[in-house]
Design a binder for this molecule. Structure first.
Ligand code: 1GP
Length: 256
């Protein structure tokens, strides 16, 4: 499999593994060198792709440099996870062409995507269209909740989450990301993950606040096809090893 040329990376990976792990690196949180080292370690543990992005990224050069260093250190796909068009780097393989579905701001629903489209085309980065759904799980709002001007989805608002996910599928998006926000107090509730995964046929990615291997396992058992870790990728090597190991094990077990 030549990783930089797949038109539908997530689906191709899911043909090989029943569940995936993505390691998220925020260019604002460390030097490019350090980012490369983290990515390398995560690759050794068995993560399937490196995501690069964060809600406070504001300089393209920083993203370019970070992706460049990561690409020197890993052979797995590097996927941009941009907060705006500024976070698109020519050095990446893929970009989550994402729409924050439950935002009331045009900027996050289409404006930034419009700004980024020509760059993505020009630089030959492969887009992966994604419906991004932010769930409010914590008592203290995450950075993303503060910035996104959200049509709030709380843990109990299962039908609302399902509605947004079905909308994403109907719009032809290739995956849905249920996001609790970086370092959220709690991850997206397992019954919500289950309801959304059951309602749609496209893969569900879950991230934000996944702090133990058991939590990751719970979301996979509920139907998530990919787990994202950011904070642990950058700050807790022991934990990331455990989580990736667990997903690696689950991905080789027979499908439930
Ligand atoms: C944030 O879902 C990601 O966009 C990762 O969250 O930092 O809590 O792992 P964590």
């Amino acid at each position: 499999m030549h990783i930089a040329t797949l038109m539908d990376l997530i689906h191709e990976l899911l043909k090989e593994f029943s569940c995936l792990h993505f390691s998220l690196i925020d260019p604002e949180n460390q030097t490019s060198q350090k980012a490369g080292e983290h990515a390398h370690v995560c690759q050794q543990y068995g993560t399937h792709a490196i995501m690069v992005g964060g809600s406070t990224v504001s300089k393209r050069q920083k993203v370019h440099d970070t992706v460049k260093e990561i690409k020197k250190k890993v052979h797995i796909p590097v996927i941009l996870f941009p907060n705006s068009a500024v976070a698109i780097s020519r050095n990446a393989d893929y970009v989550f062409f994402m729409e924050l579905l439950n935002s009331l701001e045009y900027k996050y629903r289409g404006g930034e995507q419009l700004e980024g489209a020509l760059l993505i085309k020009k630089w030959g980065i492969i887009p992966i269209s994604m419906g991004y759904i932010v769930v409010s799980t914590s008592t203290k709002p995450t950075t993303l909740e503060k910035r996104g001007r959200l049509d709030a989805i709380h843990q109990k608002d299962i039908e609302k989450a399902v509605k947004y996910a079905v909308y994403a599928e109907m719009r032809g998006m290739s995956c849905v990301y249920l996001e609790a926000g970086s370092n959220a107090e709690y991850p997206v509730a397992t019954n919500m993950v289950h309801a959304v995964s059951t309602a749609i046929d496209i893969p569900v990615i879950v991230g934000g606040g996944i702090k133990t291997a058991d939590m990751a396992q719970e979301k996979i058992d509920a139907g998530a096809r990919a787990i994202v870790n950011g904070t642990a990728t950058e700050k807790n090597m022991k934990l990331i090893k455990e989580i990736i190991g667990r997903i690696g094990h689950a991905s080789h077990s027979p499908q439930k």
